[in-house]
Design a protein around this ligand. Structure first.
Ligand SMILES: Cc1cc2nc3c(=O)[nH]c(=O)nc-3n(C[C@H](O)[C@H](O)[C@H](O)COP(=O)(O)OP(=O)(O)OC[C@H]3O[C@@H](n4cnc5c(N)ncnc54)[C@H](O)[C@@H]3O)c2cc1C
Length: 427
């Protein structure tokens, strides 16, 4: 029986490899999302940088710590992944491709893909060669995932897809999409879905970028017009996409506690190589001795510790089979609460420069933009309202929400005027 490297041995190996191979972040900074606010050239350079860093990790034997060895991963445990998250604090890392490429997309492939699909895609993902996105939300709505109207019709060994997906982060610079589509309109909505993998840049797919009020073009809408894909790109059984979809939603909700993604997390008591940004903001504003500022910093710290403890408890509970997978909704709500409150505290500590920042003041700009974008954490990956539904119905056992469309063929479910006609229906 082969034994695996101990967590401490692994930690030391990772530490010395990181010191020799990974770029150190400038003191006092951390990898920050840019919310698609830079130029296209900057965004593409950042994506390429992420691919290169991921390749570097792969070549160094440190990519995919909890991915099976047969697909290029390290075959180690969540405890090893946690040690790696602690060691990578203060270094650049491929942050942009963690979510959704590793969680939920690669997690779904690992659980539901067949051997050929896993061999074809997991090593490529771990090498930074394939970036994946979720083709889930539709113009008709994102919360009612099972109400997908994008349609796939079988034609011999191929499927022909038509419809539209929306709010896909970075589809224009990504390679593959995990796509939920309706394959049967004559059964209730949960029973007529299938999941496909979709090469994004191919004939029939038009990727349009959505420009938001703040100038960000992070999101895309895709129009699928007779897109032909082979049946070998179907994940799971025909019309049984909800089985895959249920797992997919679980991984989507648990991105913040997934051992498949890398997230720098200073260990308790560890003197972090990065400075606490909230302390930095208070210091810059001359408020280190201000009791209000100190209270806010303490509040953020308490929230962060509570969030980490909850995340660890939920991940362990689900892993040990002591908690239902729906408990991922607890971590999903908490990550939003923590992020939103911390962004608000950072904004308050930064002061007026975060309201109207000079373009060269990157700290104030970061605090201002994070504050403006804070609510997205409660929406992306399924809203916190939907997670609260899951907590009340699936964990606390409260009565299920009434649904009018559960037991009737999807074709007969009333749809809004903007929805297209079902296949075979006269519009
Ligand atoms: C930063 C970001 C990144 C995203 N990236 C992607 C992506 O890559 N791919 C992708 O497919 N989508 C993506 N999305 C879209 C996201 O998944 C959807 O916005 C989300 O699922 C909600 O769907 P919706 O916006 O259509 O709102 P709706 O479903 O129309 O909901 C509107 C409001 O009603 C509430 N609501 C709806 N139904 C219920 C209910 N039954 N009970 C209680 N409240 C309810 C919702 O919580 C919400 O507040 C992203 C969104 C954000 C903000």
């Amino acid at each position: 029986m082969s034994t695996i490297e101990s967590v401490e041995e692994f930690r030391l190996r990772a530490r010395s490899w990181l010191e020799e191979n990974m770029p150190v972040l400038p003191a006092g900074t951390q990898v920050e999302p840019n919310y698609g606010l830079g130029s296209d050239e900057e965004e593409l350079a950042e994506v390429q940088r992420n691919r290169d860093l991921q390749r570097r990790l792969f070549d160094g034997g440190l990519a995919g710590i909890c991915f099976p060895k047969e697909y290029g991963g390290q075959g180690l445990t969540p405890a090893h992944a946690q040690a790696f998250n602690e060691e990578i604090v203060g270094y650049e890392f491929p942050d942009k491709i963690q979510v959704p490429t590793f969680t939920p997309c690669a997690a779904v492939l690992l659980e539901f893909g067949n051997e050929e699909q896993k061999q074809n895609h997991i090593p490529a993902i771990l090498k930074g060669e394939e970036i994946w996105m979720q083709f889930l939300s539709e113009p008709s709505g994102g919360s009612d995932v099972a109400g997908a109207q994008t349609t796939a019709v079988r034609d011999g060994d191929e499927w022909v897809l038509n419809g539209s997906k929306i709010w896909t982060t970075g589809a224009w610079w990504s390679d593959w999409g995990l796509c939920l589509a309706r394959t049967n309109w004559d059964v209730p909505k949960h029973r007529g879905l299938s999941v496909f993998m979709l090469k994004i840049h191919q004939p029939g797919i038009e990727v349009q970028r959505i420009e938001m009020l703040n100038g960000s073009k992070e999101f895309c809408q895709e129009y699928l017009d007779d897109v032909r894909i082979p049946d070998s790109d179907r994940i799971g059984e025909v019309d049984d996409g909800w089985t895959v979809g249920t797992g997919w939603m679980f991984y989507e909700k648990s991105y913040a506690i997934s051992p498949l993604t890398v997230r720098p997390e200073a260990a308790r008591g560890q003197s972090s190589r990065t400075k606490n940004p909230l302390l930095e903001r208070a210091r810059d504003a001359g408020r280190l001795d201000d009791p209000v500022a100190r209270d806010l910093i303490g509040e953020a710290r308490a929230l962060s510790l509570a969030y980490r403890s909850l995340g660890t408890r939920v991940a362990k509970g689900i892993g040990a089979g002591k908690m239902t997978s729906h408990a991922a909704a607890l971590a999903r709500v908490m990550v939003a609460e923590e992020t939103i409150r911390t962004a608000t505290i950072e904004f308050e500590l930064t002061g007026s420069s975060a309201v109207a920042w000079n373009t060269d003041d990157t700290k104030a700009a970061g605090a201002g933009v994070s504050f403006l974008m804070r609510q997205t954490t409660a929406i992306a990956g399924g809203t916190t309202e939907m997670s609260r539904n899951a907590i009340s119905e699936r964990i606390l056992g409260m009565p299920r929400e009434r649904t009018m469309d559960k037991d009737i063929p999807f074709r007969d479910v009333p749809r809004g005027p903007s929805a297209g006609a079902a296949p075979g229906d006269r519009s």
